[in-house]
Design a protein around this ligand. Structure first.
Ligand code: GLV
Ligand code: MG
Length: 335
């Protein structure tokens, strides 16, 4: 079985671009579980067969009077179920909340050897990661946890976006980062009421053109921040994820948002409903036709150097590297 924690050490900011083939376990979707809900916990064995990552959510969306039940429900999941190769994560409460200390104490104490990654919300700077890093080191020592628990930051405040490079490089425990559009919208005072996705008002109009109607094109509200997050993650050898898409009825919009993130470099996205698991699986697994083409390029330029024409398109050292990224992802998912 692959070790979900074999991510390799993150590289320092400014280090050369990391290897194209950093090994990581399949991580196309992080499926959110409300473990305070017994009916949902009963479905865990079935869900675990479908998702790459199962996450017990303790933070937002869990009401205050169910915080403890969500924590205990996750302990039950960790102690009861064999999840096979599916990673087990949690999203703890934010570091300024009254619950986070108990979240970490209880979970590391009870299921520290089962937990792969702790997602920390509303991370604003390297100091937040340093705090969690040291606390985890103490708890791991106290509870005889055998492998370091990794840390994943949600990028969802304006200050977090401003500091994202140093957050990504803050600790060797850093596994990755998720983009959190809902809290980020509030932090930036955007005039939206949504959880991710586009907005019909965020458009550009073509120039006036005589009697012809002007063309309207909806723009991506999140492009800048996701691209910055992907750069920071790639520069430090950790994994970028798109976060939530809240309109559960809009599969098409969800797929489009996930696809934009995939094309920009994200490895996965959150799933808030079982049907989003399937959407993420489709989007974040490379297209077989593209993989076939990428393999042809690699065969045509075995040492990755020089220029070659394939189907009328120029291939060279740089397209060879893109093809390696595509093929190594396909191979990783085929294992
Ligand atoms: C996720 O937590 C978000 O705020 O989008
Ligand atoms: Mg949030």
């Amino acid at each position: 079985m692959r070790n979900p924690r074999d991510f390799g050490a993150p590289l320092a900011v400014g280090a050369p671009t990391p290897l194209l083939e950093i090994p990581f376990p399949p991580s196309r979707m992080i499926h959110f579980l409300d473990a305070s809900n017994e009916k949902m916990v009963a479905k865990v064995p079935d869900i675990a067969k479908k998702t790459d990552i199962l996450l017990g959510n303790l933070e937002d969306a869990v009401p205050v009077d169910r915080k403890e039940a969500a924590r205990e429900g996750l302990v039950t999941v960790g102690q009861t179920y064999d999840l096979g190769e599916t990673q087990l994560w949690t999203r703890v409460n934010s570091l300024d909340s009254p619950w986070v200390l108990d979240d970490l104490l209880r979970l590391v104490g009870a299921i520290g050897n089962r937990l792969d990654v702790i997602m920390v919300p509303k991370v604003e700077g390297a100091w937040d990661i340093h705090y969690v890093d040291r606390l985890l080191a103490q708890l791991e020592a106290r509870f005889n946890v055998e492998r370091p628990i990794l840390v994943h930051a949600i990028l969802e405040t304006a200050l977090g976006v401003a500091n994202l490079e140093e957050i990504a490089a803050a600790s060797p425990r850093m596994q990755g980062m998720s983009f959190g559009p809902a809290d980020l919208a509030a932090s930036r005072r955007m005039k939206t009421t949504r959880v991710g996705g586009g907005h019909p008002g965020y458009v550009s109009l073509s120039d006036p053109d005589g009697d012809n109607p002007r063309v309207t094109a909806q723009q991506d509200l999140w492009h800048y921040s996701i691209a910055r997050m992907v750069d920071a993650c790639a520069a430090t050898g950790i994994l970028p994820f798109y976060g939530p898409f809240g309109d559960i009825s809009d599969d098409e919009g969800c797929e489009a948002q996930f696809r934009a993130a995939f094309l920009l470099g994200c490895v996965g996205a959150w799933s808030l409903h079982p049907k989003q698991i399937a959407i993420a699986k489709k989007v974040f697994s490379p297209d077989p036709d593209e993989v076939r083409f990428a393999k042809r390029v690699i065969e045509a330029i075995p040492d990755g150097r020089g220029v070659h024409m394939l189907d009328g398109k120029m291939q060279d050292d740089a397209t060879w590297k893109q093809c390696k990224v595509m093929v190594s992802l396909a191979e990783l998912l085929a294992k």
